[in-house]
Design a protein. Structure first.
Length: 376
């Protein structure tokens, strides 16, 4: 919402950060240290699904030539009608624009990203002309990595803040909206974050959409920097990053288990105005070797790993696909495919969620798109 594997590949693959995981996960790889001065972080509680026995995998047909099959396993059959949402948001990265197609049911495309550099300047603003044929709304995502840089970029007394606000205001003229994705904010900067959002709101004017990407919550936290109730009145949309429940440093498990997502959505629908809530869904999966190291994977790479390791059967943990294999290390992996994405989408729809968003385009099981549509 961060490629090749052969037999004997595992050590190099799973210890390397730059193979398939590139920008696969949610923008931070793990939650901040709860003892640090960053935003309060919810403890990842063991969900009921963590203790549930896995569903039996589907039987593997014996007459399939897997080398010629697009998929490396037999997915469950999806039945019923496509699920419709009022708004469908999707992220696309610079240099990966070709992953997006105008045929995708996307109402709001988020261009990732214009980043604050080490000098406190907004560097490299993507050219929206790359999507001149797109008929939906185009949003520029603003990012800033590192607590120190984030602090100084939002300091009301600093010249860096003024320069960044000027650059955002200028860039907004060519976009339909601005999205702020600041994920490493120190505890003392809670008020400065609110003031920063208010300043952007004032600079870009009422005709531009201001959105913000926030970490998932299942309950109200004390002294929360990302306080939904305080942020909602300032912005037009809140994209809730309902993923990275399990991350590289955690025990193996779904990036977004169904039970956890349900609890996140329950909190969101009762806390945020329906029109402002955008529930984020992951297109990526994650793997762990020997239960100690995790990498994020795009769907096609996960599928390739299975084929190369002769793995053709998956089980389901609350609908999320799961497989494992042994090579020089034992590998555990969880990923979302069309089936689990449809299940999660229908769950959100039934809970009253009007808008969804996806991190990120280019990582997905393409079989999901026919099951998603824009509400008329």
């Amino acid at each position: 919402m961060k490629k090749n594997i052969r037999t004997g590949f595992a050590l190099a693959l799973f210890f390397a950060a730059g193979i398939a995981p590139l920008y696969a996960g949610g923008r931070k790889d793990k939650p901040a240290d709860a003892n640090d001065t960053a935003a309060p972080v919810e403890t990842v509680e063991a969900s009921p699904e963590d203790n549930m026995p896995e569903e039996e995998p589907l039987p593997v047909p014996q007459d399939i030539d897997w080398s010629k099959s697009r998929l490396s396993y037999v997915p469950p059959k999806i039945e019923g009608e496509p699920v419709a949402f009022k708004e469908v948001w999707g992220y696309v990265m610079t240099d990966r624009e070709s992953a997006f197609s105008n045929d995708m049911p996307i109402t709001d495309l988020c261009y990732f990203s214009a980043d604050v550099n080490s000098y406190g300047e907004l560097s490299f603003i993507p050219n929206p002309a790359r999507f001149s044929s797109y008929k939906g709304r185009l949003h520029l995502v603003i990012t800033c990595s590192g607590r120190a840089l984030t602090h100084f970029s939002m300091d009301p007394a600093g010249k860096e803040r003024r320069g960044i606000l000027d650059a955002i205001a200028a860039a907004a003229k060519k976009y339909d909206g601005i999205q702020v994705d600041y994920e490493t904010i120190g505890g003392r900067d809670a008020e400065n974050f609110l003031l920063f959002l208010k300043a952007i709101r004032e600079r870009i004017g009422p005709n531009k959409i201001l959105s913000v990407a926030l970490p998932a919550r299942t309950r109200t936290l004390r002294d929360d920097i990302f306080d939904y109730n305080k942020i909602a009145p300032i912005v037009d949309r809140i994209i809730v990053m309902a993923y990275d429940e399990h991350w590289s440093g955690s025990r193996p498990g779904p990036v977004a288990s169904m039970d956890w997502c349900r609890r996140v959505a329950e909190y969101c629908v009762k806390t945020l105005p329906r029109e402002k809530l955008v529930m984020g869904l992951p297109f990526y999966g994650r793997s762990w070797q020997n239960n100690s190291y995790g990498s994020a994977w795009i769907y096609t790479s996960m599928n390739r790993v299975m084929k190369e390791q002769d793995v053709h059967s998956v089980s389901r943990t609350g609908s999320v696909a799961h497989f494992s294999f042994d090579t020089k290390v034992h590998v555990e992996a969880y990923f979302d495919d069309a089936y689990s994405l449809v299940v999660r989408s229908r769950m959100y729809k039934d809970m009253g969620v009007a808008n969804v968003g996806f991190w990120r385009i280019g990582q997905e099981d393409v079989d999901y798109w026919p099951w998603l549509k824009i509400e008329k």
